[in-house]
Design a protein around this ligand. Structure first.
Ligand code: ADP
Length: 624
């Protein structure tokens, strides 16, 4: 018989399985059982829509048998089976999305520990087997076929024998080695343990023939009995009090292909206008594709334990798209179509409730487990921020209290509410500063004075942050004010008067400087804003320097420019120098203007358009 080779990427995965040093090999059984259960589901669906297919639901089962002598473990199901072509396509190539995730992860890091934590599927059986034989008969065929492979050297398919529709998978269990025992996969008790651990909720009976010894008339008698090993109750239908966290996490890993535990599990049952059970998870980290358009949000949707949709997007608002999980409701009809579902009132009610529930849980985490919340916010805060400024802020009320930003005063992340509680007597604004990092913002000249006056400043370090603040505009009646905005009103009336006079008296000097800087600035003026720094840039209008920086990094045609004002520290010695110079040599003042402007840009973290020109100016001055 002709041997066929596996497709390249399948081979890679296969090699990994065969040579796996992954310790949690037992998950192979969960994979095979899950495939068997899916196959039965498929056949069941067929029977709903295809009159020619008759089945008896009571007959559905998955059978496990062990042959110690021949070292085989067999998993058999009466699901939809596979045709010759399907055997070829399904088992010769990686099909499932889980495996592809896995492959990509593998290319990023050569870490064997991630094996099995993704849904690695059928091939995982090679972790414990030398040879795998699959005999299958499809519901669409009267012939059975056998697929066989010893791993790396390829596979073969030939005519096989099976009396009824379904699939039988026989694993030739590896011999024990010095480091590894495979014998345990031939022990009833161990197989039973593995099934209880990972596959308890499977909806079809998983049966195994077990040996029992009885004492009868002083004699030991062995007799065999078929036992169902799983409770068949899905985890979400079990009594909450009886579910251990480990069980929730196991289910999460397996179902949602995450290798890390979920950060929060929400299990809730609601009775009333609409009845449903939801089991929701908040992951501890963002999936690698989370912030791409490939990521699909949604929850699994069940009608009384039967899966009707794998990713029901309508159950989650975009800003909570990170939530994984499922909803089971007996109020939904089994054969409702996707289009109908969207308009289903029950579904909309459930979605509303879920949104409220998730929000409440996040608020509780924020209030009671700040460290967890910060971790959550690092992973998914960006999504909440998008949620605030998307659609012109219609969801801002839902989300604003979930925001946290770094506080200059408390040196940790705080909420807007906490900011308000901490406000100074007479303070009526919420101050913020934007920049690339906390360290860089700390160095901003504009920040210094505001801090000195005792005000707390929120530091915005994400590129989305200023859009969020501008969408909110105010919080609880207090306006947000950028410490770099031109109209930051911190001076007393006296100070205002004196600085106004100072600017008027030096009008000619300032105009000369402004003209020297051409379109780069809309104004040059003396201010009290700065403490130690000689200059800074502030902005008029809604576009800040930080926003200009972000937008100029975006690949769009039209660049938005901030209206920059160069402010010179009135109490800095440079001011006296400028005034003197203006009397002696106005031409020199123009050069000073250039250099000061360049400095202000550099402090802001902006680049220079004319670095070599500036460099010559500086060196000329140094050489004098
Ligand atoms: P996945 O189950 O994620 O698709 P697998 O590698 O485990 O990935 O299986 C590949 C495919 O082989 C399945 O999608 C399914 O079509 C088919 N298959 C596997 N086991 C069975 C089975 N017991 N009965 C019918 N089809 C099966």
């Amino acid at each position: 018989m002709k041997k066929k080779q596996f497709k390249a990427e399948s081979k890679k995965l296969l090699d990994l399985m065969i040579n796996s040093i992954y310790t949690n090999k037992e998950i192979f059984l969960r994979e095979l059982i899950s495939n068997a259960s899916d196959a039965i589901d498929k056949l069941y669906y067929r029977s709903l829509t295809d009159e020619k297919v008759h089945i008896d639901r009571e007959e559905f089962k998955i059978e496990i048998s062990i042959d110690k002598e021949h070292r085989t473990l067999t998993i058999s199901d009466n699901g939809c089976g596979m045709t010759e072509e399907e055997l070829e396509n399904n088992l010769g190539t990686i099909a499932r999305s889980g495996s592809l995730d896995f492959k990509e992860e593998l290319e990023k890091q050569e870490d064997v520990n991630i094996i099995g934590q993704f849904g690695v599927g059928f091939y995982s059986a090679f972790m414990v087997s030398d040879k795998i034989t699959v005999t299958s008969r499809s519901i669409d065929s009267s012939d059975a076929y056998t697929w066989e492979s010893s791993g790396a050297d390829g596979y073969s398919i030939s005519k096989g024998k099976r009396d009824s529709v379904g699939t039988t998978i026989t694993l030739q269990i590896k011999e024990d080695t010095e480091e590894e025992s495979y014998q345990e996969y031939l022990e009833d008790a161990n197989i039973e343990r593995i099934i209880k651990k990972y596959s308890d909720y499977i909806r079809y009976p998983i049966q195994m023939e077990k040996e029992h010894t009885h004492k009868k008339d002083e004699k030991e008698e062995v007799h065999k009995e078929i036992e169902t090993l799983n409770s068949m109750i899905p985890i979400w239908k079990k009594d909450k009090k009886k579910i251990k966290d480990e069980e929730y996490q196991n289910f999460y890993h397996e179902k949602f292909f995450d290798y890390e535990d979920a950060m929060k599990t929400i299990h809730t049952s609601v009775e009333g206008n609409v009845s449903y059970t939801a089991l929701l998870y908040i992951p501890a980290h963002a999936p690698y594709d989370f912030y791409t358009k490939e990521y699909e949000k949604g929850l699994e949707l069940y009608s009384n334990g039967v899966l009707i949709m794998e990713k029901c997007a309508d159950l989650l608002p975009d800003y909570f798209s990170f939530v994984k999980g499922l909803v089971d409701s007996s109020d939904l009809s089994l054969n409702i179509s996707r289009e109908m579902l969207q308009h289903d009132r029950q579904l909309q009610l459930i979605a509303k409730n879920i949104e409220k529930k998730v929000k409440k849980e996040l608020e509780t985490m924020l209030a009671e487990k700040r460290e967890d919340y910060e971790k959550f916010f690092k992973a998914f805060g960006m999504q909440l921020k998008f949620g605030i400024y998307n659609q012109f802020g219609i969801h801002k009320d839902v989300l604003q209290d979930l925001m946290i930003f770094y506080s200059s005063k408390q040196e940790k992340m705080i909420t807007f509410k906490e900011y308000l509680q901490n406000m100074q007597e007479g303070q009526d604004k919420i101050y913020y500063a934007a920049g690339e990092s906390i360290d860089k913002i700390n160095l901003l000249p504009q920040v210094e004075k505001v801090k000195d006056k005792g005000y707390e400043i929120l530091y915005l370090t994400d590129y989305t942050d200023e859009f969020v603040i501008q969408t909110l505009m105010n919080y609880d009646g207090k306006d947000f004010v950028n410490v770099s905005s031109e109209n930051l009103d911190l001076d007393s009336e006296e100070e205002k008067e004196s600085i106004k006079k100072e600017n008027e008296d030096n009008k000619d000097l300032l105009t000369l400087m402004k003209d020297a800087l051409k379109d780069n600035v809309t104004d040059v003026k003396f201010t009290n804003r700065l403490k130690n720094h000689p200059v800074c840039l502030t902005t008029e209008g809604p576009v800040s320097m930080e926003m200009e920086k972000i937008m100029s990094a975006m690949p769009t045609e039209d660049k938005i420019k901030a209206k920059a004002v160069m402010e010179i520290n009135d109490s800095h010695p440079i001011t006296t120098k400028l005034k003197d110079l203006y009397q002696e040599n106005p031409e020199e003042v123009k050069k000073y203007a250039q250099i000061l402007y360049a400095q202000a840009r550099l402090i802001e973290g902006l680049t220079l358009d004319n670095p070599s020109e500036i460099s010559s100016l500086i060196v000329d001055m140094m050489a004098k």
